[in-house]
Design a protein. Sequence first.
Length: 477
Amino acid sequence: MPGWIVIILLLVGVTFGMNQLLSQAFEGDSETNGPEGEVEDSSVYPGLNIETRTEEADLYTSSVSLPYTDHEQVNKPINEWVEAQKKEFTGEVQKSKRALEENGFRAHLNIQVETEEIADKLYTLEFESYQITGGANGMTKTKSFVIDLNKERHVQLEDVFRLNEETIGNIQHLVREALSNNDEVSPYLFEDMVQDALKNPDKWKWSISRDHVIFYFDEYEIAAGAAGSVKAEIPMKEIKPYLQDDFADRLDVTIPEKEKRKEETEHSEEKAELDPDGKYVALTFDDGPHPEVTPRILDTLNKHGAEATFFMLGSQVEYYPSLANRVDEEGHEIGNHTMNHQDLTVLGREQIREEMQESSSIIEDAIGHAPTLLRPPYGASNGDVEQITSELGQSLAMWSVDSLDWKSRDAQAVNEKVMSNVTEGSIVLLHDIHSSTADALPQLLDSLEEQGYQMVTVSQLLELQGEQGVGPHYGNL
């Protein structure tokens, strides 16, 4: 075979191999809905689960709450919208790279979702995407999806409304009326932009609840920037005449009230008094509860008689209150990790307070008592965060050993990182959202026990160390 043919074949092979590697790399980076393992059926929304995925890099942090179902045709449009927000954000980060490095500021992306069941397995998902890459203000975008899991599909506008010319005109009138009656928005409206945004029903951004139909407009879409993103809420009694009859009939069916445990819970088992001279470590797990990983971690902790502290997100507990309750009933401590895993240092005081309070309330509904510890996402804190935490009667609890499980996603690496840095009184940062962390835990507990450590909660550890007040508490180094 001539030498030039051999060279061409080699080049083709190398090119093919590189393309395969790039394809695999992108597949690895691409996030699809749902965990790989068996999911505990603990969601209060039948057929619908959620994961909160966080990322931390030199130039940015991000947190994405992502609902998922068993139906790819339902998941796909949601994934595509989320991926588009992430792509836009990372593009802006690259544009702002020099300024971010010079100012020592980390950009932040937060995608959160509000979920409402408006009929049997008929859900409204309202997403809000907030990104800030510099400057005083960030950019907020909204997107809603209405999904019908009985029919395994997304609900379209024509499924909800009788879209004849008269109906469209009446809906447009109701939206304009709602906007003009909103004193906080009306001064900033541009009438020509409102008319343009409402002209084509195919471009309407909308969602529906049992009480309202909501129309959404992005920042600057119909108003000056001071108005921010805009909502027009139309009471159901006003818009119901324009609904499709079968859709209206579904909304009239009463949904059984979600069972929530609100009564105070007292553990019958008293905590054993700890020996002041003992060797203690506090293992902490952030970002859950997760329907697949958290039960695995609980099973391992129980086998070892180990106690831990779980810093939970309100957005996760909202979906899995029974799983949070299991954590509490098995003797572990639950701390507050805010509602939506936002970087609190880029928020205003009222937003910080809301992130803390909403999560605390949801956790209290689930387990019967409010958390007393708070861990700010990414460990990002400032004077406002500390003051508001104190005002709410909670204490900041950081960590002294970072397992980097969020980065390595490798059980062996997690064990080596912890065991090479742990000492008496350490608070260890782990996450109960990664399967690799659950894989690492049996060996990690064996290693810690072999060195004479006993696993306790953060509150127990701080009590032994005599630390009180708002913190932040990092543990011993």
